[in-house]
Structure formats: structure tokens, C-alpha cells
Design a protein around this ligand. Structure first.
Ligand code: PLP
Length: 367
């Protein structure tokens, strides 16, 4: 099987699983308990928080552990008046807050002129601008020249970045240059366990509780911590920050993705800007295909796992919100495009075989 759906989720790292077994089996104390077992658990939690903070580029007391990217996004936006891009993840678009959507262009970049028009509009409350670092379906970086930070200096909004797809993929997020006040990340996109994530917050006053209880996570996200999940996230953050071999594997992913695109260039076209995007993602449109669901199913039967829409929207009849915002509702690319997302585990053989099988799928469908 060839797994090319790593933006949906990644294979848990084998070394990580071995490392966190010790936390699961031996150091299972409650970090809030005052006895020795609790204290060891609490020390581990502190260590893991500083490892994640080092990977993000912030202080330890600016990281809240969450159950994933969805919760981090929900927590970041709670009780705020939002402007966000039209191609955000449902964990942004479906929150209850009042939202104003900003357009993107056909390259998948944020329309900065439209954003400035929206920011100029009079409002009673301070605005929170929420923009994903990179899109989950195309991989395109929404604000590659960091213009939002300049607009922030001019208009003074709170800036939330959904970095779920960008974090840990070999891109330097440079928190300072980004100007982010809040930033979300998710463990299962970087080979840690599902149900793990974190929210960076510049200042506690920027976070409004979603849940209520004890003083865990600075009182901002109460509940006994998911020690094993947190250890898995921290293990991967340590690899991302300190393991040169892992870093070189991350750098190789873009080469494989580019090879894949080159091999399929005669039957497909890349959707979105190719110069500013995640190293692991491509979104390809195939003129010969009329129904993306049939294409994804045929590929699955042949042992190649890709995505036609984002995993969270699969099963819904509606086509990709991202491609619709980029190209308009009538564009055929909404019905003939697939996302291929690689990881450090993808090999050159995987790419070669995947390309052959994609050709075979097109032939089967068109015959
Ligand atoms: N944000 C983006 C851009 C995503 O792609 C996803 C998941 O696909 C999420 C948020 C949600 O993350 P999680 O699955 O950890 O809840």
C-alpha cells in the first residue's frame, strides 16, 4: 500500500511509541498529586512543555496542551469577533463566533486588499484575525511575505495562526516575524498520537476558557493532562528541533513531491502557487477525470491512498471549499482534483509506484 494522505494523519513514529511506553506504564501518576509519583509526572509534564515550547520558539508558560488542532483553534477563537480566510479548516469556519470571510486568489493566497478593506470597517470590539499558515488541501502558504504582521501594526488586531499543517514539516515558522499572538498545532500531523495538540498564547488574557475546572494548564484548559499523548507530541517536537537526521528526511520530502509532479505533468496540473507551499503537499487536477470520488475509490482499490477533499469533509456531497474559493463554484477542477500528501516515511519507490498506479486508475476510469 502507498499512503499519500499524510495531511489527514500520519503514521505514529516507532521510536516515539517505544519512548512513551515508559510514561504509559511506569510514570502514570497524576501530575497534580503531591506524592513522589505525582511529582515525577509533573516534572515530565514540565519537561515536555519546554520541549514543545522550544520547537514553537516561545516560553514554556506560553503553551497549553489540548486534545488536538480542533480544540486549539476553538480555544483560540472563543469569545472573539473573527475575520478569517474563506478556506480555513472547519474548526475555524464552524465555530459559533461572528465571522467575516476574507477572499483568497486563484493561487490560494490571501487577498490582502480585501483583508485591508475588512479591517477598515468600523467595529465595536477588537477583531481577531485567524489565518491558517498553510492550507490543508493545496499546501499553499496564505501570507508568504508576512504582510499580515504589517497590517497588524496598522490596525491592532489579535492574530491567530492555525499552523496545524505547517508545524513540524521543515518550515521555519519564525513566530516573531509572523507576529502571531495565538498559534495552533496538532500532534497527529507530525507522527505523534491522535488527540494531542497545543495552543501557543502570547499572553493569558488572550485566551477565554472553553471548559471549567481545576488549575491545570494555567487554569485555561482544566482537566487531568493526557500524559502519554503529551509525551508523544514532545518526542516529535524534540526530533523536529534537535535530530539532524530527521531534519534531513524532512528536507527530502519536497524533492519526492516534485518528482511526483514531474512524473504526472503530462496528465495533471498543479492547483495553487507552487513556490510558496508546504514541502509535502500537492493538489493535482486531472482533465480526464469527471468524478473525484470515483478516482479516489479506484486508487484505493489499487492500493494508493489519497484524498479528494479534506478528511473532515469526506462524506459530504459538497466539493472542496478551498478549490471553490480559489476557482469559483463552476470550475471543473472542483470535481477532478486530488490531494497527495507525503511524509518522512514516503520513499522514492512509493512515488514511482504511485505514479504508475495513478495512470492505471485514469486508464480504468476512461476506458
Ligand atoms: N487545522 C487544519 C488546517 C487541519 O488540517 C486540521 C486537520 O486536518 C485541523 C485544524 C484539526 O486538527 P485535529 O485533527 O488535530 O483536530
Amino acid at each position: 500500500m502507498i499512503y499519500l494522505d499524510n495531511n489527514a494523519t500520519t503514521e505514529p513514529d516507532k521510536n516515539m511509541i517505544n519512548a512513551v511506553m515508559e510514561v504509559a506504564c511506569q510514570w502514570y501518576g497524576n501530575p497534580s498529586s503531591s506524592h513522589y509519583y505525582g511529582q515525577v509526572a509533573n516534572d515530565l509534564l514540565d519537561q515536555n512543555r519546554s520541549t514543545v515550547a522550544a520547537a514553537v520558539g516561545c516560553k514554556s508558560n506560553q503553551i497549553i496542551f489540548t486534545s488536538g488542532g480542533t480544540e486549539a483553534n476553538n480555544l483560540a477563537l472563543n469569545n472573539k469577533n473573527i475575520i478569517c480566510s474563506a478556506i480555513e479548516h472547519p474548526s475555524i469556519l464552524n465555530t459559533a463566533n461572528h465571522k467575516t470571510l476574507c477572499r483568497v486568489d486563484s493561487n490560494g493566497h490571501l487577498d490582502l486588499n480585501h483583508l485591508e478593506d475588512l479591517l477598515k470597517m468600523p467595529r465595536h470590539n477588537q477583531v481577531c484575525l485567524s489565518v491558517m499558515y498553510a492550507n490543508n488541501e493545496t499546501g499553499v502558504i496564505l501570507d508568504p511575505s508576512l504582510e499580515i504582521n504589517k497590517l497588524k501594526a496598522k490596525y491592532g488586531f489579535v492574530y491567530h495562526v492555525d499552523a496545524v499543517q505547517a508545524f513540524g514539516k521543515g518550515i521555519d515558522l519564525a513566530l516573531e516575524d509572523l507576529g502571531a499572538d495565538l498559534l495552533s498545532l496538532s500532534g497527529h500531523k507530525i507522527h505523534a498520537f491522535k488527540g494531542t495538540g497545543a495552543l501557543f498564547f502570547k499572553d493569558p488574557s488572550l485566551v477565554s476558557n472553553l471548559s471549567f475546572g481545576g488549575s491545570h494548564e494555567f487554569g485555561l484548559r482544566p482537566g487531568t493532562e493526557n500524559q502519554v499523548g503529551i509525551a508523544s507530541l514532545a518526542h516529535m517536537c524534540d526530533k523536529i528541533t534537535n535530530n539532524q537526521f530527521y531534519q534531513s528526511r524532512l528536507q527530502n520530502v519536497a524533492t519526492l513531491r516534485d518528482e511526483l509532479e514531474t512524473k504526472l505533468a503530462d496528465i495533471s496540473v498543479v492547483n495553487g502557487n507552487i513556490d510558496h507551499r508546504l514541502p509535502n503537499t500537492t493538489n493535482l487536477s486531472f482533465e480526464a477525470i469527471a468524478d473525484v470520488d470515483v478516482f479516489v475509490e479506484t486508487l484505493s482499490d489499487l492500493g494508493v491512498f489519497v484524498s479528494g477533499k479534506s478528511a473532515c469533509s469526506t462524506g459530504l456531497a459538497k466539493p472542496s471549499v478551498t478549490l471553490e474559493a480559489m476557482f469559483g463554484a463552476a470550475d471543473p477542477r472542483l470535481h477532478n482534483s486530488i490531494r497527495l500528501s507525503l511524509s518522512v516515511n514516503t520513499t522514492a519507490t512509493d512515488v514511482e509506484l504511485a505514479c504508475d498506479l495513478i495512470r492505471e486508475a485514469v486508464t480504468i476510469i476512461c476506458s
